[in-house]
Design a protein around this ligand. Structure first.
Ligand code: ADP
Ligand code: MG
Length: 695
């Protein structure tokens, strides 16, 4: 790859500046896309301009002069634009103590000769003078200068800069780089069959168009093509990794005997929804396949993912295998444990729960039972990932609410489970294409229906007074309520204190009801007791931190009051709301908000208007961008220069389809028409990922 120093006008000093922008080679420079564009194609009628906006016109110099003033020097030029309007352009130079050794306006005087034609880009002065157009000039370009072609009279690129580099210079260098690439007749990294199929501009054409587009349509085509290129490179890298991983086949098989599954279904007391049946079949097919399962199960809050997971775990148990379910919080792990215990006791399948607050003695017992195989099912938190946790024959791992785990934890789990069947579950649905891009070849199942009898949860904003009134109404009817306060400074410790204070106040507000409190700083037994009391309706109102966000399942609770609702994200609000509406009674969710910015107001509006977790997920992604949601913002791994994972979902879909076709025809990219693509892939791979081995 040739260094930027080969370009005209770039010496070692300039090259250092480019390095600061991460630009080393000519190719790097060509892929340094503009951060914005200015439309400098035509004259903007000045009379209609508002002062701060940019004005662009081509004018002919009528006259120009230097005007001395007390503290500044002024250069004034009068130009006639194409409509023959007279426009006054001004430049200022502050006088220094020492007189100028050179005329500060020498260049201006040279350029603004009478009759000279000049492109002017500037801002109208903030004056209400209708007849008199005055411009503070930001840039100007003599029409006679050939370099002007890249600076004005067109859609002009604006670059992210560093000190010592100007946009003007960048445009000039970019033009040089493009010309040299065009002259070298460099081959497109995309096979022409693909650019033709998708009607994209070919390689250098697309690069020229993203820097110097002739029209908005051309720019959009170029951007789409370059986004596609990025997606295709990533998708192919993952695709190759998949092929290599797929060579690994399982050294164990599953037989469906129904020894446990039949009584499990009979004991449930209800039938699976059609959606659950379909998904369970998909998972069972994966388990029986020769390669390890890697499946994401997405389903809205309350869609019944737990029982789907348990079905798979029972199939494992039927075959004498161990399985583990990992949850993001202790409370959720405990909840799952209680659910599992009830069901598994009758089936005589041993189950235990392991978290970081499991007592040493207990923990020892569990670890021994996991190692000797006497324990079949284990539920826990990331405590399951500790180095001294060994399994006798773990074959299936389930991760619940996987979006709540950090990227690093997920990575660690992958290490531990690479040769296992892996089921991940989430209620924050990721558009399918996004999931594919993120996880490579991930199979996705979706629960599209809720169990019968669920009612929509009426959601509204209200003040505290009204919220408390609604709570009393419901408690009088024999129902129960949650009141949730936000985490303060991300700290459970401080939040626990804040909740304790609110709890005291609330006891005065509701003197006749039984209140309980739940936060992350309580001991495991305390938490367990509080949860069990609430489930058994020994208490009426549960005051809590967001620890209850996932998993809590008390059908008699019909009110969820969320305090400081403006401080919660969309996904959290939806999850919290999902704690009610689980029984046969009408339920309500009350959002009490204090200070609201526009984004917060938008969030609350969305939550009030829709109960569909998938729609909420999409809007969330729009509001925040996928990087933040996926928790990968810092890693840089998913930063695309041209593409936007959310907006360009269709292009991403194309890239994935074409990747599949490409790898089917040429799994190791050995065909000559794919050589340039392969070279680019390896170049990127060396820099960014440790994904592909094409040797
Ligand atoms: P989520 O998908 O949010 O994890 P859960 O698995 O916690 O949902 O299920 C929510 C509630 O729905 C639980 O009480 C569960 O027992 C119940 N449930 C699950 N499947 C069905 C079904 N097919 N019919 C009736 N209730 C069901
Ligand atoms: Mg769940």
């Amino acid at each position: 790859m040739s260094s930027v120093q080969y370009l005209k006008g770039i010496g070692p000093a300039k090259a250092k500046l480019f390095e600061r922008l991460g630009i080393f080679s000519v190719a790097d420079l060509l892929h340094y896309y503009p951060r914005a564009y200015q439309d400098r194609r035509e004259h903007t009628p000045l009379a209609g301009m508002n002062p701060p906006s940019l004005t662009v016109f081509k004018g002919r110099v009528l006259r120009a002069q230097t005007i001395p003033a007390r503290s500044v020097l002024i250069f004034k030029a009068f130009l006639a634009d194409e409509q023959n309007r007279q426009i006054e352009c001004t430049w200022f130079k502050r006088k220094s103590f020492r007189p100028f050794r050179f005329d500060p306006f020498a260049q201006l005087k040279k350029d603004f000769k009478i009759h000279a034609e000049i492109w002017v880009i500037g801002r109208k002065e903030n004056r209400n003078n209708f007849f008199d157009d005055k411009i503070t000039v930001e840039e100007y370009y003599p029409v006679s200068d050939p370099a002007t072609l890249w600076q004005a009279g067109r859609i002009t690129p604006i670059y992210g800069l560093t000190e010592g580099l100007s946009n003007k210079q960048m445009r000039q260098y970019m033009h040089e780089a493009l010309s040299s690439a065009e002259a070298a007749n460099e081959t497109d990294i995309l096979p022409s069959s693909l650019t033709e199929k998708r009607r994209f501009l070919a390689g250098t054409q697309a690069l020229r168009a993203i820097h110097f587009p002739n029209s908005v349509a051309e720019l959009e085509n170029a951007r789409a093509r370059l986004a596609y290129e990025e997606f295709l490179l990533l998708a192919t890298a993952w695709g190759i990794k998949r092929t290599q991983k797929n060579i690994v086949s399982k050294d164990y098989t599953y037989q469906i005997s129904r020894r446990l599954l039949s009584p499990f279904r009979k004991n449930l007391g209800f039938d699976f929804t059609n959606s659950q049946k379909k998904v369970i079949n998909e998972i069972f097919a994966d388990l029986q396949a020769a390669r390890p399962m890697n499946r994401l199960l997405q389903g809205d809050v309350g869609s019944g993912k737990t029982l789907v997971a348990l079905s798979a775990m029972l199939l494992a148990a039927e075959n004498g295998y161990q399985s583990a379910l990992m949850a993001p919080t202790e409370i959720l792990a405990e909840q799952h444990y209680l659910t599992f215990q009830k069901i598994l006791k009758k089936l005589k399948v041993p189950v235990a729960v392991l978290t970081s607050s499991t007592k040493t003695q207990e923990r020892k017992k569990i670890l021994t039972a996991l190692t000797d195989g006497s324990l079949t099912v284990v539920v826990g938190t990331h405590a399951l990932l500790q180095d001294d946790v060994y399994f006798h024959n773990l074959k299936l791992a389930v991760i619940d609410e996987q979006h709540r785990f950090g990227v690093r934890q997920r990575g660690k789990l992958k290490e531990k489970t690479d040769r296992l069947d892996l089921l991940t579950m989430t209620a924050t649905p990721i558009p399918r294409t996004l999931a594919l891009a993120l996880y490579g070849d991930l199979a996705v199942s979706t629960l599209t229906e809720l169990p019968p009898g669920r009612r929509p949860i009426a959601t509204q904003t209200a003040d505290e007074h009204l919220a408390n009134h609604i709570i009393s109404e419901e408690v009088e009817k024999g129902r129960q309520a949650y009141i949730v306060y936000p985490l303060i400074e991300e700290s459970e410790n401080i939040s626990a204190k804040a909740v304790s204070e609110e709890f005291k106040k609330l006891q005065h507000v509701f003197p006749h009801y039984k209140l309980a409190m739940l936060h992350g700083q309580m001991s495991r037994t305390e938490k367990e007791r509080v949860m069990q009391d609430f489930a058994a309706h020994k208490t009426d109102i549960l005051v809590a931190t967001p620890v209850i966000e996932v998993g809590i399942d008390v059908p008699n609770a019909t009110v969820m009051v969320i305090q400081n609702a403006e401080r919660f994200g969309l996904a959290s609000l939806h999850q919290l709301r999902g704690r009610v509406g689980r029984g046969s009674h009408d339920s309500r969710c009350i959002l009490v908000a204090q200070h609201q910015g526009t984004v917060a107001r938008e969030r609350l509006k969305i939550i009030c208007e829709t109960g569909d977790g998938f729609k909420i997920g999409e809007r969330d992604m729009q509001l925040r961008g996928p990087g933040e949601i996926l928790g990968t913002r810092q890693s840089g791994e998913w930063e695309f220069k041209a593409g936007d994972l959310f907006k360009d979902r269709n292009i991403l879909q194309w890239a994935i389809e074409d990747r599949d076709e490409l790898l089917q025809q040429d799994p190791l990219l050995k065909k000559p028409e794919n050589a340039a693509f392969k070279e680019r892939l390896l170049e990127l791979y060396r820099k960014n990922w440790h994904l592909v081995d094409l040797s």
